[in-house]
Write a protein that binds this ligand. Structure first.
Ligand code: 5RP
Length: 220
């Protein structure tokens, strides 16, 4: 199976995690796009969705699925999203699609984070994938220097990218993230950092992993 077929497989499998009569949290990315397309088949049974990006909102609306603002709900039973990397404890790197801040906001509303990913995203230790960090543009150089000093990472500005919140993305290479919670907590304190793309506080509750042998369910 191709990577995209594996993404489609887990996108469809995630439907079973969505209870009829509820509002579902929806992430961003090519795997989630498959989930959104599958979600359209149960739209009559759905109250709506809270989305983590303009792109996902547009896709949901195109399918006739009602999109609610985060402010309109107090909690969500489930948030479904992809990941760039996921470790054996369910910690993730996210933000490859630059939507990490809204993803963390919607994940924070949810009781369960359902990660959908193809098997290439499973890693023993986070950090081979460049860590995305949303920053206020005036702080980008300063945050990059701090990454070098604190963790030996090399941060580069993602060219031509402005987030849905009007900010910039730094991609940090050369990290080996052995304590994701500690790094997330530390980096989030740095002035100018909006959100670091480590999801440790909001790690996955379950991961539906697309493999050549089918969907593997990992519970954390
Ligand atoms: C977007 C994300 C995505 O979930 C992540 O980049 C995975 O994307 P894809 O499903 O396209 O592989 O965090 O900000």
């Amino acid at each position: 199976m191709t990577q995209d077929e594996l993404k489609a497989l887990v996108g469809r499998a995630a439907l079973a995690q969505v209870k009829p009569g509820t509002v579902v949290g929806v992430g961003t990315g090519s795997t989630v796009n498959h989930f959104i397309d599958a979600l359209a088949t149960m739209k009559a049974d759905l109250l709506g969705a809270v989305s983590s990006s303009v792109a996902s909102s547009e896709r949901l609306r195109a399918h006739g699925i009602r999109v609610l603002e985060a402010a309109e709900v107090e909690s969500l039973p489930v948030y479904v999203d992809g990941a760039d990397e996921i470790d054996p404890q369910g910690h993730m790197i996210k933000g490859g699609g630059a939507a990490l801040t809204r993803e963390k906001i919607v994940a924070d509303l949810a009781e369960r984070f359902v990660c959908i990913a193809d098997a290439s995203k499973q890693v023993p230790v986070l950090g081979a994938y460049p860590l995305p960090v949303e920053v206020i543009p005036m702080a980008a150089a300063q945050v990059a220097r701090r990454f070098a000093a604190a963790y030996g990472g090399t941060a580069t500005l993602r060219a031509g990218v402005v987030t849905d919140n009007g900010n910039a993305i730094l991609d940090v290479r050369g990290l080996r993230i052995t304590d994701p919670l500690a790094m997330e907590t530390e980096v989030n304190q740095w002035p100018g950092v909006v959100t670091v793309g480590i999801f440790a506080r909001h790690r996955a509750s379950v991961c539906l992993l697309g493999t050549a042998d089918g969907v593997k369910e990992l519970n954390f």
